[in-house]
Design a protein around this ligand. Sequence first.
Ligand code: PGA
Length: 257
Amino acid sequence: MELKIVNQKNITIKIFDNSQLGCEYVAGRIRNLIVRNNGLYKTTVLGLATGNTPTGVYKELVNYHKRERLSYSRVVTFNLDEYYPMNRYHEHSYHTYMHHHLFNETDIHPDFTFIPNGELSASEITEYCNQYEEQIERMGAIDIQLLGIGENGHIGFNEPGAEIDSLTRKVKLALKTRENAAQNFGGIKKVPQEAITMGVNSILKANEIICMAWGKRKAKVIADFLHKDISIERPVSYLHTHANVKLVIDEAAASFL
Ligand code: PGA
């Protein structure tokens, strides 16, 4: 059950009883867009996130494919980020994550799924990042960009200090981000120090942004996002400059509002 809809200028806030209902809502919006575009033989361009937040969305999208035969053959995806350095077949790469949660379970074409490459040599990175931006531009624009929020206010791997006009690039991960990943990796020393991430500006170019957060752990960053000014120390706050943002959260993440 959706509890309430609050409109904050350009941000529509939807608070659900729990994350599953929130994920069903988000997946439903993506489904409707794909159905409409498929009917028009049009490509749907999705910006995808990883981490714990969107897994329920991907589960629903897989269900649509298996139950309703929803086809992803006209869907193109761009992932936000990947650790660097990172072998694509590493169990904690975002490449592995996406194939496990979505790509292997649907009919999406492997050539239409773009994830930053964590295997490049240092000298190849700048040109590669420019090409990543160009690939997105060639598709027109991202129709829907999914986002999670870090407890430190990061979006993608745009950590505190990231500029609003930043584009795809290599970045240093914040200590907090690496600490949060440490359990998965089996210790902080095993978490890469860097990543390749779409920039804040790359994200803001999407037509619609759906930002999700679940659980008490995210309550403070959500309250700061909604109640405080735009700040370079809280990259999520840059979303206030976008015309079409949906913030989809559960009761626990809304508990400081
Ligand atoms: P999480 O991370 O989805 O694993 O909570 C979100 C993020 O750090 O962007």
